[in-house]
Design a protein around this ligand. Sequence first.
Ligand SMILES: *Cc1c(COP(=O)(O)O)cnc(C)c1O
Length: 449
Amino acid sequence: MSDLLDDAARRAKLYLAGIGTRAVAPAGAALDALCALDRPLPHASSAAGEVLAELDELGSPATMATAGGRFFGFVIGGSLPVTVAANWLAAAWDQNAGLVVTSPINAALEQVALRWVKELLGLPPDTAGGFVTSATAANYCGLTAARHALLERLGWDVESRGLFGAPPLTVVVSEEVHASVRKALSMVGLGRERVVRLPCDAQGQMRIADFPQIDDRTIVCVQAGNVNTGGFDPIAEICARARVRGAWVHVDGAFGLWAAAAPERAYLTRGVEQADSWATDAHKWLNVPYDSGLVLARDDRALRAAMSIDGAYLAQSEDRIPYQYTPDFSRRARGIEVWAALRQLGRAGIAALIERTCRHAQRFAEVLAREGYHVLNEVVLNQVLVSFGSPERTRRVMEHIQRDGTCWCGGTLWQGHTAMRISVSSWATTEADVELSLEAILRAAQSSR
Ligand SMILES: *Cc1c(COP(=O)(O)O)cnc(C)c1O
């Protein structure tokens, strides 16, 4: 074991040492070489070191360099060094995080990390939380808690009886609702199309003027951080209305919720603490390894009821039992990396990470606008949308950038416009990375006229 771990560390260090000088996207030859993996299931065992060598030799070149500082696709962070190291140690521990008895250390770290996350995000201290795989899973869990609470008030035990014959609930979303919330609605049985869809402004934010009548059978899904623009729905106003009417507000804040941790961006999240449930990611802006998301719910009992096995939530012990807040029973101790990131960076370090990445995004927007390209969004956060003219030209520029390899940006469709999206979410991005990437983007734009 010892030699193998040394070998893994040596290979990982070599990989990371080269990340700044390689092309961000893997080379075609590296992808072609992956066919060597497609062999029959081995009959005989082989040496573990041989497996690791094969993984490194075929695998490392076929990775996307998201661990470096110049990947700006989707909304994807990197992994802070302390979280990679903590992840290795935790893997060696091999803890089953579901129960306190199977991992006392995980149970303790989850409690601390959860308390710190709530403090950072400005959420009520009694808020319950579960360490899940992703914001998609967190949206799913938050909506199951909503479903439980609203139907319980109407005298319907949804976990036992299911949704057939249940009193109908209304779901309000915006035109810009993230695909993962729609997926979660489909999984929860509320239906991805069976929703009231509200129009948005040019920044993708719900227009409060069009807000419908809601009641205590309504779940409103709001967004803290639009995946394209970084825009926020008017959460304070919506929560105020929901409070009076007894509706449930669920916040999809996969990355945007972390704006609350940075003093100069916190205004964006105003009123978010008035909601009932929240979904966020740790693997995006907090920069911990995949898979890591958090579901948070004001009503501890509703979340436990929704995630419970056979009504076991009724008998809550003194301890917070991790599996009572997540879909899985057995799982890895992903809270450890959340704890490590918060423990190392502290409040100031997290604020600096959020501010720095937002500043980088602003720099991208400033230079691209100055050079005459159309920045389609108001850059309030870490997301920039840029058009280079016609859809064809914008696509050509993106292809050029991706081939060039200095950086990587992906495309999106924004309110009918083909755009390139630049998301600065990684701790590793430096000012030099931004300048190098800008040069590459401008080069690509000029040669794709
Ligand atoms: C990324 C994202 C999600 C989905 O998160 P995953 O962790 O990829 O499942 C949901 N909502 C928003 C706004 C996002 O940006």
